[in-house]
Design a protein around this ligand. Structure first.
Ligand code: HMG
Ligand code: MG
Length: 309
């Protein structure tokens, strides 16, 4: 049997955060349920960030109320959290659901100071300090923690990132007590060579006590149609967990530059193709994933049509 790879669907979060229009909350819930039914291992359902910063996801609490009714067994629901306030939002959502609806949170920082400031109004060191109470609360409530590092290949404001800078931030997050690392090529600048170099450097730095490649997820944006090749390199280096976004949606609203909107994530279907081509398997039902892609495209189309021009 080919070895199975873990697939996290970040479309409802990364996919919708950069859309010009609002997708209605019940439609988001339908999208999450359709993705879960397709068999992905995890769905990143939303963000508990400031609605002033990301209004598209300002309905996180209302969405969780809708999702509480019928969460499928065997799928992890996760949500982004930037600070203690966001963590309290997650705990309230779980309390209202009467169970652990959100199983995992994602804290996020960067390997670039400029991006950290633009995205979170804080230096890298300040973001790490913000995460301390978040990780403590997560531990107390049995919630897992994913630690994102953005700009692992390049920063939209500072240019190329040194692999050693990524390894340093990764180490700080592991020391803080995150359960896993998610390495984000935020602007999709990666090539097989640069992603390979970055991963090799990070994995060398993560000694056995940190769990090595088993702790690492790769989060690729697909600007130049090279993300699938980078998935292959990740697999060769022992990575067995990848993020994708339904229909290739996605992008960080704070990674755009005047000439360029932030690029979408690798489409989940393209991610599965790359995984299969490399001789690995997954548990996703392609037909159901196709239904989810059609739904996502319809919802985003309707939201764009209704967005102010
Ligand atoms: P700030 O403005 O410095 O913070 O933002 P503040 O404490 O002054 O708060 C501003 C307002 O937001 C206040 O409200 C707070 O109460 C409220 P006001 O008094 O003005 O009415 N607030 C909150 N509300 C709800 N939930 C919260 C929260 N926190 C404060 N958690 C902050 C700092 C971190 C909050 C802000 O910068 C922020 O929310 N940033 C998030 C940006 C974001 O979501 N970016 C996209 C996700 S990262 C990404 O896409 C990359 C990734 O995909 C990986 C990759 O591709 O590389 C993960
Ligand atoms: Mg992203």
């Amino acid at each position: 049997m080919p070895e199975r790879v873990r697939i996290t669907e970040v479309g409802p979060r990364d996919g919708l955060q950069n859309e010009p229009g609002m997708v209605p909350t019940p439609a988001k819930a339908e999208l999450v349920r359709t993705l879960a039914a397709a068999g992905v291992n995890e769905v990143e359902v939303t963000s508990f960030v400031s609605p002033r910063w990301v209004p598209q996801l300002g309905d996180a609490a209302a969405l969780c109320e809708l999702l509480a009714a019928d969460k499928a067994a065997g799928v992890v629901y996760s949500a982004l959290v930037p600070n203690e306030r966001g963590m309290e939002g997650v705990l309230e959502a779980n309390a209202r659901a009467g169970r652990r609806l959100i199983d995992k949170i994602g804290v996020f920082t960067a390997a670039s100071e400029s991006f950290s400031q633009k995205n979170t109004n804080a230096s890298i060191a300040e973001t790490i300090e913000r995460f301390r109470p978040v990780v403590r609360l997560a531990r107390q409530h049995g919630i897992e923690v994913r630690g994102y590092v953005s700009c692992v290949i390049a920063c939209p404001f500072e240019g190329p990132t040194e692999p050693l800078a990524v390894a340093a931030i990764a180490g700080r997050l592991m020391d803080l007590g995150v359960d896993e690392l998610d390495l984000g090529d935020t602007v999709g600048a990666g090539t097989p060579e640069s992603v390979g170099r970055m991963l090799a450097t990070v994995l060398e730095a993560l000694d056995e006590s940190h769990g090595g490649s088993a702790k690492v997820t790769l989060h690729l944006h697909d600007t130049h149609a090279r993300a699938a090749e980078c998935v292959r390199v990740g697999l060769e280096l022992g990575i067995r967990s990848f993020d994708g976004a339904i229909a290739g949606l996605g992008g960080c609203p704070y990674a755009g530059t005047p000439g360029a909107r932030a690029p979408g994530n690798i489409a989940t279907a393209a991610l599965l193709d790359a995984v299969e081509r490399a001789g690995f398997s997954h548990r996703v039902d392609r037909a159901k994933l196709g239904e989810a892609a059609a739904l996502a495209q319809r919802l985003v189309g309707e939201a764009r049509a209704g967005a102010p021009s």
